[in-house]
Design a protein around this ligand. Structure first.
Ligand code: NAP
Length: 375
């Protein structure tokens, strides 16, 4: 039985119904309305300090679910600032201590948004940020050179109004410059007390091993979800062999695994999913039919497809800490409810039978962006 984050409750899931759910897949080729569950499992779940998980071999422990903050500033269309604040405060109240940002989200605005959260309660929060994706007058490029790493760290600290970052990730690997120099500089930041632990994002297994030899990595962050199973072949086993925590980003496939997804033509201005292959109309219809399987299945258990998607990730191991993005207390509570669902091996197999690897239509990024990941 996998770790149950909230020990006193176990959702009464009857996963045996999955075979029936499989027959629910739309064969019409038209987008279906995904049913919402009538009631959700344990919305408002509160986590305890004893539920925390170690982040690799570092001395950092985190809640079994973090909050991805990117969408609070950019990429997913207009944001309700007051509701975002309520969501951040509610997350802390409910025992979430792991918050994920990056210097490039909102061009620094996302880190500034999190500064008030840290004030007066810095020791209650594990703040992860990232450097290396530079947006300037020349467009978007990567920079992992030592001098840049140091400057990026100082700038993040200023914006966050704090004197240390808990987990400092290289957001992308810049192959133009030696990885050793970048990691060596990150290690210097640890020695200087500006960073507690380091990590890589979207790195290849060889890069992970190379970096880990120079300084222990606490975490590796890569896209991983029921729709993005790539890390299972090499990245996850590499992390496990080295004792590095794995942080799945976009665990809901940018919302596609939830009941609220819309196709590219219905997304608002500034929503970067308009450019993602999986949200293009034809792919979207196919993908939504897959999610419909999950939703029908979940509906019988009183849980949403998003909750199943998160519970599935959690069931993969205590070294896996998903960071779903959310901008409302409603989504926060729904997602935390997933922590009460202790899936068995049979449950996991059933869910994977509903959404087989490779069933999703469309790559997770555009061709140009795919060139920049897994380096
Ligand atoms: N390392 C990297 O390169 C990288 C890349 C991308 C993201 N990230 C990190 O990973 C985090 C998560 O990824 P993501 O935000 O891109 O994708 P995600 O977590 O897969 O999905 C976020 C989307 O799902 C929606 N959502 C969340 N909970 C929901 C629920 N219970 N029901 C229905 N919809 C729900 C959100 O809506 P609302 O916003 O309206 O609540 C948002 O549209 C980011 O915030 C960021 O910190 C890292």
């Amino acid at each position: 039985m996998p770790h149950t984050a909230v020990r006193d409750r176990r959702a009464a899931l009857e996963w045996g119904a999955y075979a029936l759910a499989g027959s629910m897949l739309s064969t019409t080729g038209h987008a279906q309305t995904i049913p919402a569950p009538h009631t959700l499992n344990n919305p408002g779940t509160v986590m305890q300090a004893s539920d925390r998980l170690p982040l690799g071999s570092s001395d950092i422990t985190v809640s079994p679910l973090g909050v991805g903050c990117m969408g609070m500033s950019e990429f997913y269309g207009p944001t309700d600032a007051a509701e975002v604040q309520r969501t951040l405060d509610a997350a802390l109240e409910r025992g979430v201590n792991f918050f994920d940002t990056a210097d490039m989200y909102g061009r620094g605005a996302n880190e500034e948004l999190l500064a008030p959260l840290l004030t007066g309660r810095r020791d209650r929060i594990v703040l992860a940020s990232k450097f290396g994706i530079v947006r300037d007058a020349n467009g978007v490029h990567f920079d992992n050179r030592p001098d840049y790493v140091k400057r990026a760290c100082e700038a993040s600290l200023r914006r966050l109004k704090t004197d240390y970052i808990d987990v400092f990730y290289a957001h992308r690997i810049d192959r133009k410059h030696p990885v050793e120099d970048m990691v060596g500089t990150m290690a210097d930041l640890v020695r200087e007390g500006k960073v507690r632990a380091i990590g890589l994002s979207e790195a290849a297994p060889a890069t992970i091993r190379q970096a880990h030899r120079i300084h222990p990595l606490a975490a590796v962050q890569t896209e991983y979800s029921l729709f993005s199973r790539g890390p299972e072949s090499e990245i996850l086993p590499t992390c496990r062999a080295l004792g590095i925590a794995f942080v799945p980003y976009a665990p809901l496939c940018r919302g596609l695994l939830s009941s609220q997804a819309r196709d590219a033509t219905h997304l608002g201005p500034g929503d970067f999913r308009q450019a993602l292959p999986r949200f293009q109309p034809t792919n979207f219809v196919h993908n939504q039919a897959l999610v419909e399987r999950l939703a029908e299945y979940g509906q019988r258990q009183g849980c949403s497809s998003a909750q199943i998607a998160l519970a599935w990730l959690r069931a993969k191991g205590n070294d896996i800490v998903p960071i779903p993005g959310m901008r409302s207390v409603r989504h926060l509570d729904e997602n935390l409810g997933a922590l009460s669902m202790a899936l068995s091996g049979d449950d996991v197999a059933a869910i994977e039978a509903l959404l087989p690897i490779q069933a999703v239509a469309g790559e997770r990024y555009s061709d140009a962006e795919l060139m920049t990941v897994g380096l």
